[in-house]
Design a protein around this ligand. Structure first.
Ligand SMILES: Cc1cc2nc3c(=O)[nH]c(=O)nc-3n(C[C@H](O)[C@H](O)[C@H](O)COP(=O)(O)OP(=O)(O)OC[C@H]3O[C@@H](n4cnc5c(N)ncnc54)[C@H](O)[C@@H]3O)c2cc1C
Length: 393
């Protein structure tokens, strides 16, 4: 395994950095760095800027309109985005459903759906989880009944991230009750503006409405929006989950936030506390180890090995690191990290320290928000079971 970057890869990094310098609005980057609330326009506006350059679909092969980058280029690109303070790419379209459409969709479906994903015009949501069907995903009950050239969908999804902005949704639906639960699931694409779709926001601990409940009441979905074969959706769902879990590790954001943690600790004086510095050092070691693991995965990908096997491991380590740095930031900032009313923080009455560079606000909301990371994308307890089965046998 060779982990050193080649001169070509270094040149690629410079190219990406220069482009970001020219195209990323500094005000938007500040909002990202300070964890201020991002509007739909902030997120989608940036997605469209990337889309115009052909970089929103940065993981795609050229055959489908992507740049055809190798694994290391993808990593360097993601690293530079995080370093620059670019809004995170909402993964549901370009990272999650697109690979499924490429691998299992018809040429017509590819032509119809991929361009809107690559350009950032169409916002996708993920309709996997239901009340009672999270870890036990194969038990999904949302029913899709074939009637002529349509499916009629009835049921409920939950925890639909940013579903309030969604244009389209990919869904696991039950098309059969025969045999094992996994064998009666299909993968259906659904227009969220269809009659019978209701989106209801869920208010979370951090005061945000980041997730939603989505109800389907006799929603008519054209049968040509079924991906692959009826009742084979479980296979496509698993393909997508591996991409989701690798994406959650997000080591690049953790690297950026580690530097922020150090700045806060210095400013608040806890840097002088040996035991606090030990915590930061332990975190840094784990982040470096995670990055090495990511690079090992990329290196294996280069040589054609299936790196997605250890997606669960990346998810476990990455999500735990994300929770640890938010916890240490809260500890470092103490009372300054409260309260967590984002509008008030944006107005500057809290966390407004001399020098301005370190805005502690809204650390508490970030802390609360990050409790999700060990749950979503499949809880870490369940990931440990999967890793044990896959790697240890
Ligand atoms: C912020 C957030 C965003 C999300 N976004 C989406 C989204 O956009 N789309 C979507 O479809 N889903 C989304 N989810 C849902 C997420 O995938 C589920 O919450 C997750 O899979 C866990 O399922 P559950 O909530 O039903 O918990 P449960 O499955 O009920 O689990 C409860 C607890 O039991 C443990 N447990 C369950 N089974 C086992 C087992 N076999 N062994 C050991 N422990 C076990 C779990 O680890 C957990 O601690 C999101 C969740 C969150 C929190």
């Amino acid at each position: 395994m060779d982990l050193a970057y080649t001169p070509e890869e270094q040149a690629f990094r410079e190219e990406v950095r220069a482009w970001l310098n020219d195209h990323l609005d500094p005000a938007l980057a500040t909002k990202v760095r300070e964890d201020q609330r991002l509007s739909r326009d902030d997120i989608q506006g940036w997605a469209k800027v990337l889309g115009k350059k052909g970089w929103l679909a940065y993981g795609w092969p050229q055959a489908f309109g992507g740049p055809g980058w190798g694994a290391v280029q993808k990593h360097v690109f993601a690293e530079e985005l995080a370093r620059a303070g670019a809004p995170a790419i909402v993964p549901f379209g370009p990272v999650m459903v697109a690979p499924v459409i490429m691998a299992f969709g018809t040429p017509e479906q590819q032509k119809r759906f991929l361009p809107g994903i690559a350009s950032g015009e169409v916002w996708w949501s993920q309709g996997y989880s239901e009340p009672g069907s999270g870890s036990d995903l194969a038990s999904v009950k949302t029913r899709a009944e074939r009637v002529g050239d349509h499916y009629i969908v009835n049921g409920q999804k939950t925890w639909t991230t940013l579903g309030q902005h969604g244009d389209w949704m990919f869904n696991l639906v039950r098309t059969s009750n025969e045999g094992k639960p996994q064998t009666g699931i299909s993968f259906l694409l659904l227009d969220m503006k269809s009659p019978g779709v209701t989106v209801r926001p869920i208010k979370l601990l951090d005061g945000e409405c980041e997730v939603n409940e989505v109800f389907f009441d006799n929603v008519k979905v054209p049968a040509d929006q079924l991906i692959g074969e009826e009742n084979k959706g479980w296979t496509y769902a698993k393909h997508l989950l591996a991409h989701e879990r690798t994406n959650i590790a997000d080591v690049n954001r953790s690297k950026r936030e580690l530097e922020r943690l150090k700045r806060i600790a210095k400013q608040e004086g806890v840097w002088e506390d040996q035991r606090f510095r030990d915590q930061i050092a332990l975190l840094e070691v784990d982040i470096v180890a995670l990055e090495m693991l990511v690079l090992r995965v990329l290196s294996a990908e280069k040589s054609g090995k299936n790196s997605l096997d250890i997606a669960g491991l990346l998810k476990i380590k990455g999500s735990e690191i994300q929770q640890r740095y938010t916890e240490l930031m809260m500890l470092a900032a103490g009372p300054y990290s409260l309260p967590f009313i984002q509008e008030a923080m944006a107005a500057g009455w809290q966390g407004d320290f001399p020098g301005g560079e370190v805005a502690n606000a809204p650390l508490a909301s970030r802390y609360f928000n990050m409790r999700k990371t060990t749950i979503y994308g499949g809880s870490n307890e369940v990931q440990r079971n999967i890793v044990a089965q896959t790697l240890l046998g």
